[in-house]
Ligand binder design. Structure first.
Ligand code: SF4
Length: 400
């Protein structure tokens, strides 16, 4: 038996909701796939469901762990019971409680992809995935950039992804794993830049049994690219994720989203004309700087959207705003009370009036998207929330 193992997790953490319910049924956090061809020469792959007992008691265990603190408890227990084991846990989206202690035979690797950790050059040719037996309705991931932690825009104030290491992969080789049921492929990157999206729309294999999901910015360049490319689009079964966050121009400006509510509206309207394209919009609540004007602006935008497009084709995800330490997000509005989370970032404490505005918006979102909402407001696993890369933090700690 090999004394090195790579542990990945599957779960039922849904990607989207649809008239079919939550989809896909199973999703794989296939963090080792990007270096699969190198790693399979080193050890064996194991799939577990988060919280399962770990069937290995010796040797080296590398674990791709994200958003899974229950998996972490099992790993710590395993390390204590087997002091000769060496366990390395990490991944680009791995985070833990800042005060958490690890046994000495656990090495946590924060904010790093497996290629970076093993010093493997990222290439789509290294990609591979061994599926556990007996699964159907599966979603898995394929990366479009050499790290999933950087964005070609990289300027949104609340987001930890920056332009720093952003590198688009030159080749498009999206692997389709053949199994009988529908396949959902998450094309992983921060926002896909318009030139890469143009290639995706034209080059992705068109298959009835495959859906693709990627995330784009709804800005002016994307709008122009879509106007030009959508009529020539060859693929179908697309689910496009778009960060709306808050449809008010002042709020978008605070966030530095680099777009306006009008442009976002036009992008959604254009995409909604295509039968094979569905959209998954994200909105954020939990702002400490709202004014009723911004709230009514958002309401008007939603009303117009409802009158213009078929919202039944659109699903949404609701997040809470988390702010990285040292980020100035609200500019010249009054200082906001914030509270530090155990992961080292902050959320706004809402006073009564801010809470009223928050509730008002929540009611609106539920009015228009009802059962098509994935509501993560109370879930601290917001991907923008965590970072352990303290070097990137500033010493400034003002939230004004
Ligand atoms: S929020 Fe989206 S567009 Fe903005 S920097 Fe982050 S990944 Fe890029």
């Amino acid at each position: 038996m090999n004394d090195t193992h790579f542990l990945q997790y599957y779960n039922q953490y849904p990607w989207i909701t649809s008239p079919r319910g939550l989809m896909p049924k199973w999703s794989f956090s296939n963090g080792f796939s990007t270096a699969y061809k190198q790693l399979k020469n080193i050890g064996d792959f194991i799939w577990l469901k988060s919280g399962d007992e770990i069937p290995i008691n010796s040797g080296n265990l590398y674990v791709s762990l994200q958003y899974k603190e229950d998996g972490l408890d099992k790993l710590i227990q395993k390390a204590i019971e087997n002091p000769d084991m060496n366990i390395t846990i990490g991944g680009p989206h791995f985070h833990t409680d800042l005060n958490r202690d690890f046994p000495s035979n656990i090495t946590p690797v924060y904010d790093k992809s497996v290629e970076e950790h093993f010093n493997i050059k990222y290439s789509p040719d290294n990609w591979g995935l061994e599926l556990p037996d007996g699964f159907d309705d599966i979603g898995y991931n394929f990366s479009l950039t050499h790290t999933n932690m950087d964005c070609y825009w990289g300027k949104c104030k609340y987001c930890k992804w920056s332009l720093k290491l952003y590198k688009e992969l030159p080749v498009l080789k999206i692997p389709i794993i053949e199994y009988p049921s529908h396949k959902y492929i998450g094309l992983k990157s921060a926002a896909v830049p318009p030139n890469q999206m143009r290639k995706l729309l034209v080059d992705l294999p068109k298959r009835d049994d495959v859906s693709y999901n990627f995330y784009m910015r709804a800005n002016e360049t994307s709008l122009e690219m879509l106007q030009d490319t959508l009529p020539k689009m060859k693929t179908h079964n697309l689910l496009i994720s778009i960060g709306v966050e808050f449809p008010s121009n002042m709020m978008l400006n605070y966030m530095n989203k680099g777009t306006t509510k009008e442009i976002i509206f036009e992008v959604i309207k254009l995409l909604s004309n295509y039968e094979d394209v569905r959209m998954h919009l994200s909105f954020m609540l939990g702002w400490g700087n709202l004014k009723w004007d911004y709230v009514y602006e958002a309401e008007e935008w939603l009303d117009n959207l409802n009158e213009t497009v078929n919202l039944n084709k659109i699903t949404m995800v609701l997040y809470r705003l988390f702010i990285l330490k040292g980020t100035r997000i609200f500019y010249n509005t009054p200082t906001t009370s914030v509270k530090e989370t155990k992961y080292g970032s902050y959320f706004c404490i809402l006073n009564d009036e801010q809470q009223q505005m928050d509730n008002y918006l929540r009611t609106l979102y539920y009015k228009y998207f009802s059962s098509r909402i994935l509501d993560y407001y109370n879930d601290n696993r917001h991907p923008h929330e965590f970072t352990r890369n303290k070097e990137s933090w500033t010493t400034e700690n003002q939230m004004s």
